[in-house]
Design a protein. Structure first.
Length: 145
């Protein structure tokens, strides 16, 4: 089962919590009826529209469609996907781009605060992708316990 209704009701926009089905439909360029079909799981969402919805709600497509429980990829996966926002290991120690971590999430969910804490820890430090992966693994293990 997809998470469209949950995401829609929790979406913060223009200083209010929750958006209408019509607002979401307008944002991604479909009719309200089509969106309602998707929200009720009565129609399949095509991949390009699923990506537009995921971008609008600032979550991964897998989370949107109910395939995963994590709204965002791990920081290590994000670093690999967006290398321009993160340092490489070629020069060993380099500054990490704090904005890369912040942009990788949104203020609409708890992961933002986790990433913000980690960002505050590493923004004035020098780190490598291998150390970033280790930190990400520690966070993942902590969340499982």
């Amino acid at each position: 089962m997809n998470r469209l209704k949950e995401l829609r009701l929790n979406k913060e926009e223009n200083g209010k919590v929750g958006v209408t089905q019509q607002e979401v439909a307008d944002k991604i360029g479909v009719t309200k009826r089509t969106y309602i079909y998707w929200e009720k799981n009565e129609r399949q969402i095509k991949s390009e529209k699923a990506q537009l919805l995921a971008d609008y709600f600032k979550v991964d497509v897998g989370y949107l469609l109910g395939y995963t429980d994590e709204p965002h990829k791990s920081m290590y996966d994000l670093a690999q996907q967006n290398p321009e926002d993160f340092p490489s290991d070629e020069d060993d120690l380099q500054d990490i781009t704090p904005q890369g971590l912040v942009d990788a999430s949104s203020e609409n969910n708890k992961r933002y605060f986790y990433i913000e804490n980690i960002t505050n820890f590493v923004k004035d430090k020098k780190t490598t992708n291998s150390k970033l992966k280790l930190l990400s693994d520690i966070v993942d293990n902590f969340k499982k316990s």
